[in-house]
Design a protein around this ligand. Structure first.
Ligand SMILES: C[S@@+](CC[C@H](N)C(=O)[O-])C[C@H]1O[C@@H](n2cnc3c(N)ncnc32)[C@H](O)[C@@H]1O
Length: 219
């Protein structure tokens, strides 16, 4: 099964073991992980009827239902005890935080969490680290005109993250890949166009100029 660049990046971070893909939708990621022998078992979790029906069909068509188990359930509320990795991708950052925090005790055997959030990424870094995880890998990919940030957390001693780490990612800002640099150069251009072509209230324009300065300081 051919994966998008974004899903491939998540796939590349998944360790062996038992994985739950929360918000599995089409099931492409978890099916590929199992079919290629990366994981020994998977749970594909969905809380909406349409995507769940699609997911179940994709799993059954491949006769994988004993190994990639479809679950109609909300977030990690019914997470099985044998899961050691949770993937939550393609959702808003606050939704991901809510899913993890609402049923925190379900994470007791979960060593790895991999996320790909549409937004609120700094808050997500902060909150998952507060839950006793550390960031061990990050990737940024550009696909369909969107920059995606993928973050891998593993259980670990609290590590100090300063403000630039939280905003830009401790690994991403250190690696400074071409995609990372492109993302923030585009953001600087976007801010410049906004400031030059719109009547922006003073407080907002100050905020945008501060953002530009923060970006410049890490590029
Ligand atoms: C945009 S899709 C992303 C699908 C896939 N994870 C990916 O990255 O390509 C988000 C999916 O998450 C599901 N979802 C959202 N909140 C959820 C929750 N609390 N529990 C389970 N599934 C959820 C939605 O129904 C939807 O199918």
């Amino acid at each position: 099964m051919k994966l998008s660049k974004r899903l491939q990046s998540i796939y590349d971070m998944v360790p062996s073991g038992v994985v739950a893909d929360v918000g599995s939708d089409h099931g492409k990621l978890i099916i590929s992980l199992f079919e290629n022998g990366v994981i020994s078992k998977g749970y594909a979790i969905e809380n909406k009827k349409g995507p769940f029906a699609r997911l179940k069909k994709a799993i059954e068509e491949r006769h994988l239902e004993n190994d990639v188990i479809p679950m109609f359930s909300d977030g990690i509320s019914e997470l099985p005890e044998d899961v050691n990795t949770v993937v939550i991708a393609g959702m808003g950052g606050f939704n991901i935080i809510d899913i993890l925090k609402k049923n925190r005790r379900k994470l007791k055997n979960v060593k790895t969490i991999i996320v790909d959030a549409h937004n609120a990424i700094p808050e997500l870094r902060k909150q998952v680290c507060k839950m006793g995880y550390i960031i061990t890998d990050e990737d940024i990919v550009f696909e369909d005109n969107i920059y995606y940030e993928i973050i891998k957390f593993i259980v670990g001693e609290v590590a100090f993250l300063d403000e630039p780490d939280i905003e830009f990612g401790p690994i991403l800002r250190n690696e400074k890949s071409i995609t990372f640099i492109d993302k923030y150069n585009s953001r600087i251009k976007e801010i410049d166009v906004l400031l030059a072509t719109h009547k922006i209230p003073e407080a907002k324009s100050k905020e945008l100029n501060c953002e530009k300065e923060r970006i410049r300081s890490i590029l």
